[in-house]
Design a protein around this ligand. Structure first.
Ligand SMILES: Cc1cc2nc3c(=O)[nH]c(=O)nc-3n(C[C@H](O)[C@H](O)[C@H](O)COP(=O)(O)O)c2cc1C
Length: 343
């Protein structure tokens, strides 16, 4: 009884938080979760929900998408709500403030967020230090990126610098080349960009693999705004480069998915319900291009158990959420796992 109290308080506080500025609500929610952690119930998940993917075993398919805990400050608290994996970051070599506030906007009637955070983070050293202190036993992904001040031509140096610092403590690494809030970042999805960044990362991994005695999978996170021909080309490149998996998708810049008044008002990446259809389109095409065995992590607009089901049916092996969790809290994980178990 005492243990269920934590879940009840966490759910009950959500309506209050949604009245605050979204970034403040996010920070307060995470601080509250850390405080409630000892009161959260232990999660027992049926063995048949286990997923083996890129050499790792996940307790079930549902994880937390990158950006929710950029610095690894809340890993243990987020782990206690029942995710099988948590993707921390995106982290950059040096700390940076990101864009000026306000930079996160809630659109409740569309069950969506727009953000233009701009990789605000404390830098890779901070994250690496937090990881050494964490007792979270689930899968730990780390999303890496480049500093805003680093010219795009030198982006590979930033990704490699991050990889070196977090290699020892990551279970997998996500290469973020798809955030819309860092100038020119998404150009790295084109062939020469992917070859430059991934070529450097894969070479560095060979060195780190023998130094650390473990092979950390490298995944690439892609944008939902790619045209079908671009998706085909990314698919070919990921296969040719022998990347371990793909995460589809990041946020979209197509805010015309919202009503005209809203889309005219805020710039940034749109996430949540309106993104779902775009993400599904990318996941379906990638599955067709990449074949049955290539690992795909599906993310974008998973707001219900039904959305989780369609994402898995589109070809995802694992799923992640950000906006759904921000709107619905831990109840969404329970709803999805309950529905998947029943199947
Ligand atoms: C406020 C905010 C910050 C985000 N920061 C990152 C980030 O740092 N790195 C990244 O790869 N994705 C980031 N994302 C994208 C999410 O990880 C996810 O791909 C996207 O929001 C789509 O999923 P959703 O509809 O479940 O939110 C961010 C999303 C939001 C809303």
């Amino acid at each position: 009884m005492r243990l269920r109290l934590g879940s009840i308080i966490a759910q009950a506080s959500l309506p209050m938080l949604t009245r605050l500025d979204p970034e403040l609500a996010h920070d307060l929610g995470l601080a509250g979760l850390r405080w409630l952690r000892p009161l959260l119930p232990a999660h027992r998940v049926a063995d048949d929900l286990k997923v083996r993917c890129f050499g790792l075993e996940f307790a079930h398919p549902v994880g937390l998408a990158a950006g929710f805990d950029k610095n690894g400050d809340y890993l243990d608290a987020l782990g206690a709500v029942g995710f099988s994996h948590i993707e921390l970051g995106t982290v950059t070599p040096r700390p940076q403030a990101g864009n000026s506030k306000p930079r996160m906007f809630r659109i409740p009637e569309a069950r969506a967020l727009i953000n233009r955070m701009g990789f605000n983070n404390e830098g890779v050293d901070h994250l690496a230090e937090r990881m050494t202190r964490s007792r979270y036993s689930g899968i730990r992904g780390i999303s890496i990126g480049k500093n805003a001040a680093t010219p795009i031509e030198n982006a590979a140096d930033d990704y490699v610098a991050c990889l070196r610092k977090i290699y020892g403590c990551a279970d997998y690494v996500a290469v973020n080349v798809s955030s819309p809030n860092t100038a020119r970042l998404r150009e790295l999805q084109a062939r020469d960009g992917l070859e430059r960044v991934l070529g450097a990362l894969l070479e560095e991994r060979r060195v780190l693999q023998s130094r650390f005695g473990k092979r950390v999978p490298l995944l690439v996170k892609v944008s939902p705004d790619l045209e079908p021909a671009q998706i085909a080309s990314v698919g070919r490149d990921l296969r040719a480069l022998k990347v371990d998996g793909v995460i589809a998708t990041n946020t979209t810049t197509d805010t015309s998915l919202l009503d005209a008044a809203r889309s005219a008002r805020e710039r940034g990446g749109l996430s949540g319900a309106p993104l779902h259809r775009l993400s599904l389109r990318v996941i379906r095409q990638l599955r067709a291009e990449l074949g049955a065995d290539f690992p795909i992590v599906g993310v974008g607009g998973i707001m219900t158990a039904e959305d989780a089901r369609t994402t898995l049916e589109a070809g995802a092996d694992l799923i992640q959420m950000y906006t759904g969790f921000a709107f619905r809290g831990p109840a969404l994980i329970d709803e999805i796992l309950g529905t998947l178990s029943a199947r």
